[in-house]
Design a protein around this ligand. Structure first.
Ligand SMILES: Cc1cc2nc3c(=O)[nH]c(=O)nc-3n(C[C@H](O)[C@H](O)[C@H](O)COP(=O)(O)OP(=O)(O)OC[C@H]3O[C@@H](n4cnc5c(N)ncnc54)[C@H](O)[C@@H]3O)c2cc1C
Length: 425
């Protein structure tokens, strides 16, 4: 990746999802069509809001079991004790005020032939088009001893909410001099820079409150997102506190023993932690599996122009669940895809041609409260697929000043506030 030239990036980003979606010409309307959205997270809530914005005549119903949404972005700041859980919790009143019907229930089944969604509570919703953004499910059982029951002892905290709070409480209860073990998942997974940020902000908490403590990372991969920048920050801020082991260096977990609080590695070591954050491998959310939207990879193949499922008619899949590579599985990506998908659905319902989209993604990570790093990219659509725009985006430069990293941390907070206001406001 080239180093980020911020002016080039900003210019490209402005012409990306922003203009192609927000400048969408409203020529014909979908005249009271029904669109159901499954999931009220980054993808689903954005899709619901933008459908209504693009065409107020569409009846939009969003199905989401939770009364409020706790974001994974910035959840590492809660785990590191920098923010309370309330800072990352958002209600759905903003969407209701815009005329979206928010139904707090769980989608239990999709009948694509009959264009119906059955809810766990027994009701049935009919649709002309369905948008599905259920996020991730875990591949429990892929590693010996790692079934769903261990999450109460070894929280994954890879879906924000009670798991985030549990991991924070465990860290608070851990004595100074204790060991925190974290095992990130195999690829592909939600938020590639997420483990690096979590390691950083736990180290930041230990440095402030439990300086004799250690962190052991057991990573089943050879390398991780923004590795050079994270390692540079760790060396600068946390000295020898972090013992990072990768696939070639004893990092692969082959067995989990939640009773003994140990992870056994492929080299035969038993690594014991006072707090263990085991993050399992992932796949598309359960409803995508049970309704036949996912293929044998566990993820959902889509037409990357409209996000229409390649497996079920009149159904679109966005966000982490969709195969949208080379875009990463991020909240920003999910939200950008949602806008593109909402524009495509609006066009399809009113018989207009679908516009060629552009996409943008930025992932900020905090290594400390005032030390941020980022990766950014603009994406185009060509030859039937999403492609990276050459020369756009890139990484924060290595060897940057403290002032630069302070500014990146401010950008991270600004990004969080603006994207959550855009989605839930
Ligand atoms: C630690 C961590 C840090 C992260 N940091 C960032 C970051 O800084 N920037 C960034 O861009 N991304 C970040 N991410 C990634 C981001 O959280 C995800 O990529 C994003 O949430 C994906 O959006 P989604 O709509 O696919 O899923 P989600 O946002 O998870 O939304 C899915 C929703 O669907 C609902 N749902 C599931 N099944 C059903 C059903 N059957 N019926 C009805 N509703 C259902 C769920 O309750 C949930 O609310 C981070 C992730 C983690 C784990």
């Amino acid at each position: 990746m080239t180093k980020m030239k911020r002016r080039t990036f900003t210019h490209l980003a402005a012409s990306a999802a922003g203009l192609s979606v927000l400048g969408f010409p409203m020529l014909a309307r979908a005249k009271g069509a029904n669109v159901v959205v499954i999931g009220g997270g980054f993808g689903g809530a954005t899709a619901a809001k933008y459908l209504k914005r693009f065409d107020p005549s569409i009846n939009v119903t969003m199905v989401e079991p939770a009364k409020s949404f706790v974001t994974c972005p910035f959840s590492n700041t809660v785990i590191g004790g920098l923010n309370p859980i309330g800072r990352i919790t958002h209600g759905y009143d903003g969407l209701r005020k815009r005329g979206i019907k928010v139904v707090h229930d769980k989608a239990a089944a999709v009948n694509a032939a009959g264009r119906k969604v059955r809810l766990a509570g027994g009701a049935t919703l009919s649709y002309d088009r369905l948008i599905v953004s259920p996020g991730i499910d875990f591949r429990w059982g892929a590693i010996n001893g790692a079934d769903a029951s261990i999450a109460g002892v070894m929280p994954h905290a890879w879906q924000a909410g009670p798991q985030t709070v549990l991991l924070r409480r465990q860290l608070e209860a851990m004595p100074d001099g204790g060991v925190f073990v974290i095992s990130p998942p195999v690829n592909p997974f939600r938020c590639p820079p997420g483990p690096g940020e979590r390691i950083s902000l736990v180290a930041n908490y230990f440095k402030r409150s439990k300086p004799k403590s250690k962190i052991i990372v057991l990573d089943p991969k050879k390398k991780f997102s923004k590795q050079g920048l994270f390692k540079e920050g760790w060396a600068k801020l946390y000295g020898g506190m972090i013992d990072y082991r990768n696939l070639d260096n004893d990092g692969q977990v082959v067995r989990v023993d939640a009773g003994a609080m140990t992870l056994e590695t492929n080299f035969g070591d038993m690594v014991k932690g006072d707090v263990v954050n085991f993050v399992p491998g992932q796949r598309a959310g359960k409803i995508a599996q049970s309704s036949g939207l996912a293929d044998k990879t566990g993820w959902c193949p889509v037409d990357q122009l409209t996000f229409a499922s390649r497996l079920l008619p009149n159904v679109h899949v966005i966000g982490d669940a969709a195969i949208a590579a080379p875009m990463p599985k991020s909240g920003f990506a999910a939200s950008t895809q949602a806008k593109v998908c909402a524009a495509a659905v609006t066009a399809l319902l009113s018989g207009r041609a679908v516009s060629k989209p552009k996409f943008v993604n930025t992932c900020y990570s905090l290594i400390a409260q005032d030390y941020g790093i980022s990766v950014a990219m603009v994406y185009d659509f060509a030859d039937g697929k999403i492609i990276k725009v050459k020369g756009s985006g890139g990484l924060s430069p290595s060897g940057a000043s403290d002032a630069f990293h302070g500014q990146e941390a401010d950008f991270a907070r600004g990004w969080y506030d603006s994207i959550t206001a855009d989605i839930f406001g």
